[in-house]
Design a protein around this ligand. Structure first.
Ligand code: 5GP
Length: 195
């Protein structure tokens, strides 16, 4: 998605540890016009898939999922991080290891809000090693809902999570795929928005 790639080149910062800082438009200060366009693009890609719910992880996936849900006219289901007593004991849970924070955490979704009648689109802001996305896929699988695919704003291809999950058959579309960001220079993979 050219608009997103241009914005990354203009404003994003490459931090030590192969982290791309995008908090000036995507996950701290939110550019609502850009995020609406991202939501529209996810709708263009997945509109024929019969989506009934969009699943995301708190916190930084929420804005993107909400923007997409306005076009799909579906609810957003947020996988909560940590253990939340108010969700109740009837939950689908995944253990996720965060490579950026070097900690494990639990993701949970109430069984009340997802079941085998659902067709789910997963949306998240970043895909790196794939642990967060695998946790969400596991929740969909436990619920016996159908997984239509996953839409990611920024994929860091050099961390291999995306290629691994594509290899396992996931219908994965990333709007900006970063091939490398050595010495602060961001290079995109050129096949990321041709579909
Ligand atoms: P993974 O589980 O695929 O290794 O990492 C995905 C999660 O880690 C995303 O949900 C995102 O919150 C966070 N993350 C991974 N890499 C980056 C990055 O370069 N920048 C930011 N802002 N978040 C990242």
């Amino acid at each position: 998605m050219e608009l997103l790639k241009q914005r990354i080149l203009k404003d994003a910062e490459v931090l030590p540890g192969e982290v791309l800082k995008v908090d000036m438009f995507l996950n701290h200060l939110l550019d609502v016009n850009l995020i609406r366009e991202i939501g529209k693009e996810f709708f263009r890609i997945f509109s024929s898939s019969g989506i009934t719910k969009i699943l995301t992880a708190e916190a930084s996936g929420i804005a993107l999922a909400f923007a997409a849900a306005e076009f799909f006219n579906t609810p957003v289901l947020i996988a909560k991080k940590g253990t939340h007593k108010n969700i109740g004991s009837e939950c689908y849970c995944s253990e996720v290891f965060s490579f950026t924070k070097s900690v494990s955490y639990t993701m949970q979704v109430s069984k009340k809000y997802i079941d085998s009648r659902d067709t789910i689109l997963i949306i998240d802001d970043f895909l790196a090693n794939g642990a967060a996305l695998s946790g969400l896929i596991n929740i969909v699988s436990l619920s016996h809902a159908k997984l239509a695919g996953a839409g990611i704003a920024v994929e860091k291809a050099f961390q291999n999570g995306g290629d691994k999950l594509r290899g396992e058959g996931l219908n994965l579309k990333s709007l900006a795929v970063i091939e490398s960001m050595n010495e602060g220079k961001i290079i995109f993979r050129d096949d990321d928005d041709k579909e």
